[in-house]
Design a protein. Structure first.
Ligand code: 5AD
Ligand code: SF4
Length: 452
């Protein structure tokens, strides 16, 4: 059997896509390996969101090329594929910069990989056209054993691409226009996952709450409606979705946060900046106060909500005052977790051409101040759960023997003493301590509940 090694960078959709590529190659006789040295086929599933992410690919390719040469000397062949968003954005340039690469394939074309691998025996190939056919129609389902091996929490792509055109972002160019998968397909996939023991589904899309898929009755379903339907799938106990745009939080979705117990009390809702001027230049089409009011509306139906966001500092033209507006918004709202970045100009995006680029040192100083505040909020949120009893979905063996690791409803990692046979169960755990990256707890057995 031939072996394939897939390495994913960037977002959760890349993780999902990497699994789909592995599933497809399984039908071509490839088994997955976690050791690149023994792979007959190496796939780098790349990310183009920031310059650093894209540059990583070229340095990794240098290492893969050395490996290819070493294996060649030992009489073994290694084929190299660059997939994902760098592939889409840079295409032929990758073949030019790295002669060891055999195939470059974009995120909408990877269903053609088996064919591309065959054809690339005679010439190196690039496939980055946006195809007319839907790749999902061509992707085989993994075996049940494979799904089981991937764990009790799974990603499910329901939407891809983006039509928002935030001025900093490459996604509309790399992932293309917004497309929603039909409800029936999503339900099939959810039922297959549940049948293999999956308990938690995270619905993913570049702009997941813009979902508007065709329902079984031919009408258009929103994300709120889809979540309600998925909550009825036997075995599925937890639902999450990511990543969202504030402008697409409609009434149906907000209501779902209030009355759908399976929808976890955690929301990743990127705001990017707290300055109205910068939000406008980013083409976000909302103000800081509109974001605050939106959060108020969601907290009204679900007061128990952990919030998460993405932030960019040093967007072109960002002044000290603009940055202070971001700090104020963070202080006003309070985030349980977050991701924050220095603005990175991306080729082909409007912001990259804007006049007043912010100096690197200023970006670094702002990022460090923002991250200090966000980290304080994260720690405060985690410490706030000490003493509480939380439902924990048991996912995998813990760091130490006899420990098991799972997730709280707020997406916090939780460790406690238990045996691994319980993986997939949701148990009640009393949180006794908050470490820097996980919570530590004690299992509250059903009989102990009264004492808890
Ligand atoms: N520079 C810095 N951060 C960016 N992001 C997207 N594009 C850029 C960029 N050009 C961040 C945004 C987005 C997250 C996925 O990445 O915060 O929400
Ligand atoms: Fe990176 Fe965006 Fe592509 Fe995901 S969609 S891999 S975040 S560039």
């Amino acid at each position: 059997m031939k072996k394939v090694f897939v390495k994913s960078y960037g977002c959760q959709m890349n993780v999902y896509d990497a699994e789909r590529m592995a599933d497809m190659l399984a039908t071509e006789g490839y088994s997955e390996t976690k050791a690149m040295e023994e792979a007959d086929l190496v796939i780098l599933n790349t990310c183009h969101i920031r310059e650093k992410a894209a540059e990583k690919v070229y340095s990794e390719l240098g290492r893969v090329r050395e490996l290819k040469q070493e294996r060649e000397a030992a009489g073994q062949e290694t084929r190299i594929v660059v997939a994902g968003c760098v592939a889409q954005a840079e295409g032929k340039e990758i073949l030019r910069r790295q002669p060891a690469v055999d195939v470059v394939v974009g995120p909408q074309n990877y269903h053609r990989l088996p064919d591309l691998l065959k054809k690339s025996r005679s010439e190196r190939l690039v496939d980055t056209e946006f195809p007319i056919e839907d790749k999902f129609d061509h992707l085989p389902a993994p075996s049940k054993a494979k799904t089981i091996s991937r764990g009790v929490s799974a990603f499910l792509t329901i939407q891809e691409g983006c039509d928002k055109f935030c001025t900093f972002c490459v996604v509309p160019y790399t992932r293309g226009a917004e497309v929603s998968r039909p409800v029936a397909r999503i339900l099939d996939e959810a039922m297959r996952l549940a049948d293999a023991g999956v308990r938690e589904l995270t619905l993913i899309g570049q702009n997941v709450n813009a979902y508007h898929g065709e329902g079984p009755d031919g009408s258009v379903w929103s994300l709120g409606r889809l979540l309600r339907r998925l909550a009825e799938v036997p075995g599925i106990a937890r639902l999450r979705y990511t990543t969202s745009h504030p402008r697409d939080m409609d009434e149906e979705l907000i209501a779902a946060h209030g009355d759908l117990p399976a929808l976890m009390p955690y929301l990743h809702l990127p705001v990017q900046s707290g300055s109205d001027r910068i939000l406008d230049a980013m083409n976000r089409k909302h103000t800081g106060d509109e974001y605050r009011r939106l959060i108020e509306r969601i907290r009204k139906v679900q007061p128990d909500l952990a919030l998460s966001s993405d932030f960019i500092v040093g967007f072109p033209g960002e002044t000290d005052q603009d940055f202070e507006d971001t700090m104020r918004l963070v202080a006003d709202i309070g985030f349980a977790s977050s991701f924050s970045f220095k603005y990175s100009p991306r080729p082909g995006t409007p912001a990259a051409e804007m006049g007043e680029q912010v100096a690197e040192a200023v970006k670094a100083e702002r990022l460090s101040r923002l991250q200090n505040l966000l980290e304080t909020q994260r720690q405060a949120f985690n410490h706030g759960t000490v003493g509480q009893t939380l439902d924990v979905l048991l996912e995998k063996p813990g760091r130490h023997p006899g420990q098991i690791a799972g997730k709280s409803p707020y997406l916090q990692a939780v460790q406690f003493e238990s045996d691994v046979h319980r993986i997939g169960e949701i148990v009640t755990v009393r949180i006794v301590r908050a470490g820097s990256n996980s919570l530590f707890g004690e299992w509250v057995k059903p009989g102990d509940r009264a004492a808890a």
